[in-house]
Design a protein around this ligand. Structure first.
Ligand code: PBG
Ligand code: ZN
Length: 332
């Protein structure tokens, strides 16, 4: 065939080296943020497997230290911390206790690895006895979170995390005005240079199911649909992003990632901001379950799912596969 009237796309797919040269999307260790669950427990060797998230654990601070140590040796550069307090109460006191579990874990990590980027998730649902992400009026059983009173507790938590040494504060509660409230409180306390990684576009998703087992944070009544976004909406995502930009956030999370890649693409094309995608617990669990059954190739699916998320516009990815991908050398 010698006439030149059709496109020969296969020329650039001939060899692995040529394919690598023309590849448009590559993953690197700099893109990855690994979540960890650290528990306030009397057992210093706690390493409690999370049944719905095979390979993930609730860790004592000492076990977290070991786990992060080996991941850092494999190239991990950033972690996202979730705390599981010893006790919960209606106002989630453990979240803003200067000696709380996350605060202690941050101090430990920063002492060991000053260069590690330690991001702290900021929410009350792991700390409240009712499992909601903010304050519930006494006697309310509908799960309606009181917005403005909650902002004060979130601001206290942010300052407490920053004091402990957190590099980045990541509010995941979806209250209105929380980025502004956090920014003001942080600035007032001298943390003008602590960035806020806002969960700007966070859907009310069933994909968080396994996480709520992991963090024991499922709401005891009602659900999160009065504060997290409706899965059918995308115009609303533009408004949520704009609000968080206006309030002064520095980095912007879209969550979940895979099922919302259209949203990621639109946010990337609409706003000139650092975008973070969160491949959440349910996305992780689905891949693990199918891989354990031998129905899919774990490594290939992990790489393809992460590549798709990055190709959709994410600059960074929070993923429970981060440590594994680095240890196994899938990503460098
Ligand atoms: C806390 C929080 C949740 C997740 C991150 N921060 C749970 C929720 O909103 O119910 C989900 C993470 C995951 O599923 O991996 N608000
Ligand atoms: Zn929450």
């Amino acid at each position: 065939m010698t006439d030149l009237c059709f496109h020969r796309g296969r020329r650039l797919r001939r060899t692995p080296a040529i394919r690598a040269m023309v590849r448009e999307t590559a993953l690197s260790a700099n893109d990855l943020i690994m979540p960890y669950f650290v528990a306030d427990t009397p057992d210093p060797s706690l390493r409690q497997p999370i049944p719905s998230m095979p390979g993930q654990f609730q860790l004592s601070p000492a076990e977290l230290e070991k786990e992060v140590g080996s991941a850092v040796a494999a190239g991990l550069r950033s972690v996202l911390l979730f705390g599981i307090p010893a006790e919960k109460d209606p106002l989630g006191h453990g979240a803003y206790d200067d000696n709380g579990i996350v605060q202690r874990a941050v101090r430990m990590l920063k002492k060991n690895w000053p260069d590690l980027v330690v991001v702290t998730d900021l929410c009350l649902c792991e700390y409240t006895s009712h499992g909601h992400c903010g304050i519930i009026a006494e006697g309310d059983r509908t799960g309606h979170v009181l917005n403005d009173p909650t902002l004060e507790l979130l601001a206290r938590t942010a300052v407490s995390q920053a004091k402990a040494g957190a590099d980045i504060i990541a509010p995941s509660d979806m209250m209105d005005g929380r980025v502004l409230a956090l920014r003001r409180a942080l600035d007032r306390e001298g943390f003008e240079e602590t960035p806020i990684m806002s969960y700007a576009v966070k859907y009310a998703s069933a994909y968080y199911g396994p996480f709520r087992d992991a963090a024991d944070s499922a709401p005891h009544f009602g659900d999160r649909r009065t504060y997290q976004m409706d899965p059918g909406n995308v115009q609303e995502a533009l408004r949520e992003m704009q609000a968080d930009i206006d309030e002064g956030a520095d980095l912007f999370i879209v969550k979940p990632a895979g099922p919302y890649q259209d949203v990621l693409r639109l946010m990337h094309d609409s706003f000139d901001v650092p975008l973070v995608a969160y491949q959440v617990s349910g996305e992780y669990s689905l891949i693990c379950a199918a891989a354990q059954n031998g129905w899919i190739d774990r490594r290939a699916i992990v790489m393809e799912s992460l590549t798709g998320i990055k190709r959709s516009g994410a600059g960074m990815i929070i993923t429970y596969f981060a440590a594994e991908a680095l240890r196994e050398g899938w990503i460098r």
